[in-house]
Design a protein around this ligand. Structure first.
Ligand code: SAM
Length: 246
């Protein structure tokens, strides 16, 4: 059998392709991409001439079986998505499961993922977090989903569409209160990269107009009521021990 490589590709800045990712993309027999026109840009930039085939949500099953056959014929296949890590809010998970079922080896070539980059730079607690993919598009369902975070002690990470951000933040405020800490990371690795940190109320005010670009929304943990030291307490202790203003 060949190997299925899950290759992470840049989420904006083309320089973020790892040397190993580049080598694998050049060496495999076939690259399955979400949008072949989109990936052609990456291929042109790096002089990659490996054949491209499309693999996206709506041909996931039929195309997946074809790719599996190719792999079973001994060919190596790389799977890439439009941006970031395949199988994370992108097609790939089903194919990976099928590969494991039939004994085709799967190997990850790690690299960019918007969720990890956003979490790392947002400054919210990172020792425990939950990733929830996209929030529901409709207010009622979104509020229901957000309500579940009232007692959530982990930072929660969402992908969000720019035209829904303002409405989503309003729902965060309604369901979780105006003091809940949030962070919005926009256009990671691109020219207009922006990080906003603040309360739900401040975020609603900041993003009340038209918002553009790609967005990761992070919601901080609910106030901790357990005796465990929260990150906020730890920061307070730091300030005290180093004579910084509280
Ligand atoms: N598989 C990808 C990954 O690992 O990051 C995620 C794919 S998902 C379909 C696309 C969403 O990821 C976007 O709608 C946005 O929420 C987020 N995203 C992707 N690139 C981003 C960027 N440069 N800045 C902020 N968010 C980004």
């Amino acid at each position: 059998n060949g190997t299925l490589y899950l290759v992470a590709t840049p989420i904006g800045n083309l320089e973020d392709l790892s040397p190993r990712a580049l080598r694998i993309l050049k060496e495999v027999d076939l690259v399955a991409a979400e949008d072949t026109r989109h990936s052609r840009k990456l291929f042109n930039h790096y002089g990659i001439s490996t054949p491209l085939t499309s693999y996206f949500q709506h041909n996931e099953v039929t195309k997946g079986e074809q790719l599996l056959q190719t792999l079973q014929e001994g060919k190596d296949v790389a799977l890439i998505s439009d941006a970031g890590t395949p199988a994370i809010s992108d097609p790939g998970c089903l194919l990976v499961q099928r590969c494991h079922e039939v004994g085709v080896p799967v190997s990850a070539i790690p690299g960019p993922s918007a969720l990890i980059a956003a979490l790392a730079m947002a400054g919210l607690p990172t020792e425990r977090f939950a990733f929830e993919g996209f929030l529901p598009a409709k207010t009622h369902a979104r509020c229901q989903a957000l309500r579940l975070l009232r007692q959530e002690l982990r930072t929660t990470v969402f992908y969000e569409a720019p035209h829904r951000l303002a409405a989503a933040l309003q729902d965060v405020l309604t369901e979780l209160g105006e003091e809940r800490q949030v962070a919005v990371v926009r256009e990671l690795t691109k020219v207009h990269e922006e990080l906003f940190r603040g309360t739900a109320a401040e975020a609603c005010e900041h993003f009340s107009g038209k918002v553009r670009g790609e967005i990761v929304l992070l919601i901080g943990p609910a106030e901790q009521s357990t005796p465990e030291e929260s990150v906020r307490d730890a920061l307070r202790r730091w300030r005290k021990e180093t004579d910084l203003p509280m």
